[in-house]
Design a protein around this ligand. Structure first.
Ligand SMILES: [Zn+2]
Length: 138
């Protein structure tokens, strides 16, 4: 199931500033981290502040009828509506694929250790010697 645009639409309803600011934030890649736990109806993420060189942790509990039940943000407006929360909801709509599994995205690939490719020789370095040893001793 995809992440409905209605969460964002409901959250930003009546506040042009909120919808506009969150659109800019998503467009500017300010959503640094996004985790959607569909079973728990829970969204968590990190959103970069628009001006300052910092980012905020954001959590959102999704309620019924595409409404936000509970939410927190580390910014000064964190107890109220803020565009960081709206940005997460919009990001979810744009990025959650139509699968049922838990999805998470990490924006910065540098934080992910490089996948190591192993050759057969790396995995079994002593294989040849082992065979030779057995032949010699029999
Ligand atoms: Zn905020």
């Amino acid at each position: 199931m995809a992440f409905s645009i209605l969460y964002w639409a409901n959250y930003t309803a009546g506040t042009k500033k909120l919808s506009r600011k969150s659109e800019i934030a998503v467009h500017s890649d300010h959503v640094l981290r996004f985790i959607y736990d569909q079973e728990a109806s829970y969204v968590r993420g990190v959103v970069q502040a628009s001006m300052r060189d910092r980012s905020y942790n954001v959590t959102i509990s999704l309620g019924t009828n595409y409404n936000v039940e509970n939410s927190t943000c580390e910014c000064v407006n964190g107890q109220d509506k803020c565009h960081h929360k709206a940005s997460l909801l919009l990001y979810g709509y744009k990025n959650v694929s139509k699968t049922d599994v838990r999805q998470s995205w990490v924006k910065n690939p540098k934080s992910v250790p490089p996948r190591q490719t192993k050759t057969m020789e790396d995995l079994f370095p002593a294989a040849d010697r082992f065979v030779n040893y057995r032949l010699a001793s029999s």
